[in-house]
Design a protein around this ligand. Structure first.
Ligand code: NIG
Ligand code: FE
Length: 405
């Protein structure tokens, strides 16, 4: 059984304390057996019983919990590079959506793709994530928008379950936008979601998500869909208060959502409600960067007592990158989170946003052996000096899923 020695700094990211407290251990060692961490501490304190175990070296580098991307739209057809330029030329995300681009153009491309095309592209992205130190990925449907096509996306995720890949946690996002064939009958689409798509996704997806926005679904529609999800065992999540403050945060608090995501436009009363209800805020700084929009008020959220996760929002429109470490650097610069707060936001707090904090997100005995070796002397240095990839080794459930050549 392996012992990782010569760890310059190990960020345990244990859940206790403030978001800024990552509970680091210098000159550390880490012991795991099969898929489970057995011991973490200072190398000089390594218990005798492990001293004969197979040794590996971290070369004096930083060791962090496997990163968790708590918000992605992993499987989709095509790309939307043309919209990138349109936005530079002055068109807004909503104007592009209204003129037939945006989410609906990806829906058309996703429906036209074969299962195998969707699967192999998502797999390629998943393998790219593993190279960056990511061991758990939330993945949403939302570009199918029919019973057949939403379940097909969830089946892509199920089919990608493999011990050599990051773990996927699937979310049903049938309420992403109203599909074109239901434009004049939106109530009928809500019924389809509630009566057919949610029951079909039950047992496959862990979460049900709704895009609550002027161009998507109202608070009332969101509540109806999320309550139906709960009845079928899908925990609620929301895309809330991204482009406008529609009261999404208040709905997240009212319904006991596990997370409220985006929140760039959240109000002060929305923040208070999230804090009182213990809802995790998921920040998506790549979307703010690509849309050149004001970022989430992370400092106000943290000061109000809300835990702030950091995720990529990987999707072909507002965030066409799955580079979570880059998102962490942006969380520091755009959102004014410290590097330690950002790291905790992509480990134990992200695990909370996915309901998996009991088994991953921190380096503690009894948890899954999910970790990464990062070539940097400290968390601050890692997020400050953005390199092509600082990750040297990714271990998920005790298996090497990627190693630098
Ligand atoms: O989280 N906000 C809604 N959905 C995605 C964007 C999806 C798209 O543009 O294709 C988001 O940013
Ligand atoms: Fe999203």
């Amino acid at each position: 059984m392996p012992v990782l020695r010569e760890i310059g700094l190990l960020a345990t990211c244990a859940p206790r304390g403030a978001q800024s407290e990552i509970h680091p251990i210098s000159h550390a060692a880490l012991v795991w057996e099969n898929d489970t961490i057995r011991w973490v501490g200072k190398e000089v304190d390594l218990p005798e019983q492990y001293s004969g175990w197979e040794g590996k070296t971290a070369g004096g580098n930083l060791v962090i919990p496997g990163l968790i991307d708590a918000h992605t739209h992993l499987a989709f057809g095509g790309w939307r590079a043309e919209e990138f330029e349109l936005r530079i030329l002055g068109k807004s995300y909503l104007e592009i959506a209204e003129s037939g681009g945006g989410i609906l153009s990806t829906v058309a491309r996703t429906r036209a793709a074969t299962f195998e095309e969707l699967r192999s592209r998502a797999d390629e992205h998943l393998q790219g994530m593993a190279r960056l130190g990511i061991t758990t990925v939330e993945a949403k449907s939302g570009y199918g928008l029919s019973l057949e096509h939403e379940l097909r996306l969830l089946q892509v995720y199920r089919d990608l379950a493999d011990p050599q890949r990051p773990r996927i946690i699937p979310t049903l996002l049938a309420a992403h936008v109203v599909p074109p064939e239901y434009r004049a009958r939106r109530a009928a689409y809500i019924r389809l979601i509630i009566e057919q798509i949610i029951p079909g996704a039950s047992g496959i997806a862990s979460f049900c998500d709704v895009f609550v926005e002027k161009s998507a679904f109202t608070i009332e529609e969101g509540r109806e869909v999320l309550e139906a999800g709960v009845r079928h065992g899908l925990q609620p999540k929301l895309h809330a208060d991204q482009l406008s403050d529609t009261g999404g945060a208040a709905l997240a608090a009212e319904i006991g959502a596990v997370s409220a995501d985006h929140l760039e436009r959240v109000s002060d009363s929305g923040i208070e409600k999230l804090a009182a209800a213990g809802v995790v805020a998921v920040s998506l700084p790549l979307a703010s960067l690509y849309l050149a929009a004001a970022p989430i008020p992370a400092r106000r959220l943290i000061e109000a007592g809300v835990s702030v996760a950091v995720a990529t929002d990987f999707n072909p429109g507002s965030a066409p990158s799955y580079h979570l470490p880059f998102a962490l650097t942006l969380a520091c610069t755009l959102q004014r989170m410290t590097p330690a707060e950002a790291l905790k936001g992509a480990t134990i707090i992200a695990a909370r946003a996915l309901g998996v904090e009991h088994d991953t997100g921190s380096l503690e005995a009894g948890k899954r052996a999910d970790f990464a070796i990062v070539k940097a002397p400290s968390v601050e240095h890692w997020l400050y000096q953005l390199t092509e990839n600082a990750c040297q080794l990714t271990v998920a459930s005790g298996r090497e899923i990627w190693r630098v050549a």
